[in-house]
Ligand binder design. Structure first.
Ligand code: KG4
Ligand code: ZN
Length: 355
């Protein structure tokens, strides 16, 4: 059984994990820097790199302690090589290469998205049965919003993606407009529970188009207009109408995501839908996806949130499968995946909210 140490530093989590090619997780540690970025309302790349430098050795050491006690042999190190923040990725890549040299094992690069798309196959507590291939994946985080058809590990076809803001970014920006704090998704989700989702008739962008693309930037503008029109008297944090705004905004985002994901399953003839990314934690989204999936006899898999958000277990597992199939060059040199150039801070599609 191949055992791989995974390392993930693409954004604002420094993570390491030991996972085998069966998806069994021996150890997984995630150190979040979110509190460092919160005052800026988004991830600041320079801060992210510095925090990765501080956290790298403690996080990796903690995971390696599990290896020492296990009597098992490490076969390779897998490290996220993109997409992500350039400086943040480099900390992980150089750290992984140094470690590999020291431990005398090969190192291989793993695409962050391939990691997310395999997270549902990790055998962690409370994990539902893993989905069979092929499946449709809705990957929704602060940086990504995309629908993929996944035919096999590391074999994905992009069906559609956001043309502007990612879904998580839209939650974060709407929360910022409402002065709710960062990250905004969990706060809006909580507030939405007590609000009226029909209080505001927000648009459902691109819902009725035949393609699988999304657009969320207009929704943020709609929230801003509602506030300007007097939906809130002031910025009173106890204004009960905040909950109505949150519920109406969430209902709009969730309806578009869920309906377009189900439409993709139907169009592709693949009756399996998997959610991934931080926004998969959203209660409204989970409920609507479950309801629509049941109606259309589609099997919905929502992995535990600990593996939906950024983690190194998914990178280690994706690395283990890649290593079994292709091997790795000793101390291999690999290039970072450049991704797409978009957004204010990142070099690719993993867009970070503006300050
Ligand atoms: O996957 P993730 O932890 O990190 C990356 O973006 O890579 O996702 C974070 C995003 C943030 O935008 C956050 O606001 C959003 O996921 N999020 C949520 C919820 N929990 C986290 N959005 C909606 N509802 C939630 N419950
Ligand atoms: Zn991610």
């Amino acid at each position: 059984m191949t055992l791989v140490l995974g390392i993930e530093t693409s954004c604002d989590e420094t993570a390491a994990a030991l996972v085998d090619s069966d998806g069994q997780v021996l150890s997984s540690v995630v150190a979040s820097q979110i509190h460092k970025h919160a005052p800026f309302g988004g991830v600041v790349p320079e801060i992210a790199s510095r925090e990765h430098l501080k956290a790298f050795v403690p996080v990796v050491s903690e995971v390696l302690q599990t290896l020492h006690g296990s009597g098992r042999t490490l076969n390779a190190i897998a490290v996220t090589n993109g997409p992500g923040l350039v400086g943040a990725l480099l900390v992980g890549i150089q750290g992984a290469r140094s470690l590999a040299r020291g431990l005398g094992v090969p190192v291989l690069g793993v695409n962050h998205l391939d990691g997310h798309l395999l997270a549902a196959h990790l055998r962690v507590d409370d994990a539902p049965p893993p989905p069979e291939f092929p499946f449709i994946a809705l990957l929704i985080s602060g940086g990504h919003t995309a629908l993929y058809r996944v035919d096999a590990p590391h074999q994905r076809a992009l069906l559609g993606q956001t043309r502007d803001d990612a879904a998580g970014e839209a939650f974060d920006k709407a929360a910022k407009l409402l002065r709710l704090g960062y990250p905004g998704g969990p706060i809006i989700d909580r507030l939405a529970k007590t609000g009226n989702p029909d209080a505001h008739d927000f648009p459902r962008p691109m819902l009725h188009r035949k393609d699988h693309d999304f657009s969320f930037s207009g929704l943020k503008t709609a929230v801003s207009h509602a506030v300007k029109r007097g939906a809130l008297d002031s910025c009173d944090p106890d204004d009960p109408r905040l909950a109505d705004l949150a519920a109406s905004f969430q209902a709009a985002v969730v309806e578009v995501l869920a309906k377009k994901a189900i439409a993709a399953c139907i169009k592709e003839g693949v009756p399996r839908l998997v959610l991934g990314g931080g926004v998969a934690a959203n209660r409204g989204l989970r409920t609507l996806c479950a309801e629509l999936a049941q109606k259309k006899t589609i099997t919905l898999t929502v992995p535990p949130i600990s593996v939906c958000t950024d983690n190194a277990a998914m990178i280690a597992y994706a690395g283990a499968l890649k290593f079994d199939k292709e091997g790795a060059e000793p101390f291999g040199v690999f290039s970072r995946d450049p991704g797409r150039v978009r957004g204010k801070f990142r070099d690719d599609g993993t867009h970070v909210p503006r300050r």
